[in-house]
Design a protein around this ligand. Structure first.
Ligand code: BGC
Length: 764
């Protein structure tokens, strides 16, 4: 069917749809009728073409490129493209699909818009440290506004994989280690991307990934196996995927790893039974990059075709880059692959296109005027700066060294201080690095006209080893200096000697975390560590502005430096946001969503420690009690921890009743007072510890939080409602979401370590 035919069909459907949008049932019926009509005219090859997603841009995350050609689009063998940037380029390609293919079906254009488009927000791990679901939603909304103005209608986000292992580089892409917090972040991102309706041209379809359990990769090694049993899978990892699906996410990406010994993309239990039947997911499932090919690598089939059949029959709808689905016509004709599976997948993809309004106007996301108005707008940048300020975590601030005064001589030192391409952080596919400031420029702007003097020296490379540094700064973010380590160090020491205070901008380079960036050494990179030690010998106050996309080990720094700001990678406005925090325009309020270990050997590691035999509350060595002989088993900085320039006190914590029937509810009240001298935000955290249950439960698990802003001296009462829903868990026998009678410790506090407790008796 040519474009004209499609328009006629649309016209007919539009008459049919006079009362469209009145109710979803009617809308769904209209959509189904439209797709039925369309599919009745499609050949088998055209249907399979809809299931094919080749890469459109030059971001390649696997070794293989799919065989995309313009001719394939003309032949109707492509359903969508991803990581092609620019409204003009997208419009051109869309035109080929719409005007030159027989059916004229528009393409989906996807991209890894992970933490912003050109206006880049903090990495998802950093964003979660704001504990601000509104801010997270807003960041996704702005990302959608910008991306959709540039032709993109589908993002491969949110990544909601819970992770207990800082060795895994992709911990940067998720919301940390806690399933409750991760679920709230997942919902917020879906709401932000998709808004009230996908039909709005400023919203885009979300893709929840990586389903399922990818964050549990063995020993933090990328693309590896995961082993949580069902009980732990459901209680620790599955909730955020479900929360995102419940929030209406339009698509899901199958993970690279196996679940129950079967690769996720070919796992019928995972995709058909759990996701669709039990959770009621109505959207489509896309594979991860070339993962249909991985079926063979996993040894579960002997050819690409066989693997593709297994995946399609298991409920995978779209094949990213493998060219497996698109070649299935002979298998269908010969009865080795069912036509029902092809039809079901094709329908789901066409329905997604319908919901996005692509059949109404295939170019609705390619408006050059809108692009000019919204991308990197002042409004978006201001929001990104504000949100970045909420994400940084103040780990240490001895003698109130921070906020700094804008006076005297400040030495800014470190390889990340003037490293423009480093600012946005990993997975910033659409970034325009030359539009972003370096830390040095941010501080210079903040100090302008104040009389304070800023001196700068790079001081060291990121790492001594050039090859290792090239890996750490892959994608051309090369910031290596050819001078000798000694020459660089001497230059830094000489400016440091002239300064009243030193700001050290150090840590990971942007690509030291992210995909395929698993590491066993998560301490300060060697060259920077040595430089920091030399600087510390000068006896001047040092503020460490620490860049990282993962939890790192900061033992030496904690012991020897008076102030540490965990600035993560906070995006395009990171430099200004750092200046805002350092000079006190912004009072830091971020709190860790992953605890920081004392040693990499503690991984896997989570504050949500399940009860064990021979428990050890203190974490120190005691023979025949759970512990390490050579290091405390406690974190260096606990989950939920973060300082402010003011202080907060928790008083008057009580439960409205000490007994709660299973079908009843009780309130937990606590009064929080800002006891310092400046306005600040506090993240009030509610934990429970189910003392007796059929399944072993964690000593402490987050089940509520509230971010509040208090003026100096102000108090506020925070109230959490406790009921079965808030306190349930997946019991071990049937994995039902259940609360059982027994005692529950209810705890509130400023972090997972410093809590107060009241006992609640849950009765039948
Ligand atoms: C990653 C996905 C990403 C995809 C497309 C893969 O390697 O695992 O998270 O969405 O590439 O770029």
């Amino acid at each position: 069917m040519k474009r004209s035919g499609l328009i006629l069909l649309m016209g007919a459907m539009m008459i049919l749809s006079a009362c469209q949008k009145k109710n979803t049932a009617t809308e769904d019926a209209q959509m189904r009728a439209f797709v039925d009509q369309l599919m009745s005219q499609m050949t088998l090859e055209e249907k399979l073409g809809q299931l094919n997603l080749p890469v459109g841009g030059d971001i390649v995350t696997g070794g293989v490129h799919s065989s995309l050609s313009v001719e394939a689009i003309r032949q109707g063998k492509v359903g969508g493209l991803f990581n092609l940037k620019g409204a003009a380029a997208i419009r051109d390609v869309q035109r080929i699909a719409v005007e030159e293919s027989r059916m004229g079906i528009p393409l989906l254009f996807g991209m890894d818009v992970i933490h912003g488009y050109e206006t880049i927000f903090p990495l998802p791990l950093a964003l979660s440290c704001s504990w601000d679901t509104e801010a997270v939603e807003r960041s996704a909304q702005i990302a959608a506004r910008e991306a959709t103005a540039d032709g993109i209608c589908w993002t491969f986000s949110p990544m909601v994989d819970i992770c207990h292992d800082g060795r895994w580089g992709r911990i940067s892409e998720g919301s940390g280690e806690d399933p409750y917090l991760g679920s709230r972040m997942a919902e917020a991102m879906v709401r932000g991307y998709q808004g009230a309706s996908l039909a709005d041209s400023a919203t885009m379809m979300a893709c929840v990934k990586h389903f399922a359990l990818y964050g549990a990769v063995e020993a933090g090694r990328e693309y590896n196996n995961v082993y949580p049993d069902d009980y732990h899978a459901f209680n620790e990892y599955m909730q955020p995927y479900k929360a995102a699906v419940d929030a209406g996410a339009g698509s899901v990406m199958a993970a690279f790893n196996t679940v129950h010994g079967v690769p996720s993309m070919g796992n019928s239990w995972l995709l058909n039974d759990l996701l669709r039947e039990q959770w009621g997911f109505m959207g489509f499932v896309v594979s991860d990059y070339t993962s249909v090919r991985h079926m063979e690598e996993n040894g579960v089939c002997t050819s690409l075709e066989e693997g593709a059949i297994q995946c399609l029959e298991a409920g995978l709808d779209m094949d990213m880059v493998s060219d497996g689905f698109v070649a299935l016509a002979p298998a269908v004709r010969e009865g080795r692959c069912s036509m029902q599976a092809v039809d079901a997948a094709c329908r789901r993809i066409l329905e997604a296109k319908y919901k996005l309004g692509l059949f109404d106007d295939p170019y609705r996301y390619c408006d050059p005027l809108r692009r000019e108005a919204v991308i990197l707008s002042d409004e978006h940048r201001a929001e990104a700066r504000r949100i970045a300020g909420e994400c940084m975590v103040l780990l240490k601030n001895e003698d109130d060294l921070l906020p700094m005064q804008k006076k005297g001589t400040i030495a800014l030192i470190g390889p990340l201080a003037d490293a423009r391409n480093n600012m946005a952080g990993t997975w910033s596919v659409a970034a325009v690095h030359d539009r972003y400031k370096t830390v040095k420029e941010g501080l210079e702007d903040a100090l302008q006209g104040t009389g304070a003097r800023l001196l700068y020296a790079k001081g060291s490379n990121v790492l001594y080893d050039a090859r290792q540094e090239a890996i750490a700064t892959i994608f051309g973010h090369d910031i290596r200096d050819s001078r000798s380590a000694e020459a660089m160090r001497q230059e830094a020491l000489s400016i440091a000697r002239k300064a009243d205070v030193i700001i050290a901008a150090m840590g990971e380079a942007s690509e030291m975390s992210g995909e395929c960036a698993s590491r066993v050494n998560i301490e300060m990179p060697d060259a920077q560590h040595d430089l920091l030690q030399e600087l510390a010998k000068l006896g001047k106050p040092i503020v460490l502005v620490h860049f990282a996309g993962r939890p790192t080990v900061l033992n030496w720094e904690t012991e020897h430096l008076p102030a540490i700001l965990e600035s993560w990678f906070c995006g395009s406005e990171c430099a200004d946001a750092i200046a805002d925090v350092l000079f006190g325009e912004v009072n830091p309020s971020g709190k860790l969503t992953v605890q920081l270990p004392r040693h990499v050997g503690q991984y896997p590691f989570s504050y949500r420690q399940m009860r064990t035999s021979r428990p050890n509350e203190g974490g120190e060595f005691i023979k025949y009690i759970t512990c390490y002989a050579d290091v405390s088993s406690k974190p260096l900085y606990p989950f939920g921890y973060g300082l402010s320039y003011t202080t907060f006190e928790y008083t008057n914590f009580y439960l409205t009743d000490t007994i709660m029937p299973l079908d009843g509810s009780v309130e937990a009240h606590v009064t929080v007072t800002n006891t310092g001298s400046r306005t600040g935000s506090e993240i009030v955290q509610l934990y429970i510890g189910d003392l007796v249950a059929r399944g072993v439960r964690p000593y402490k698990e987050l089940r509520g939080f509230e971010r509040i802003n208090l003026a100096a001296g102000e108090s506020r009462e925070v109230v959490f409602t406790l009921d079965a829903d808030r306190m349930s868990y997946y019991e071990p026998e049937h994995l039902n979401w259940t609360l059982e009678p027994g005692d529950v410790a209810v705890m509130v506090g400023a972090n997972s370590r410093d809590t107060q407790m009241r006992l609640l008796h849950v009765v039948q």
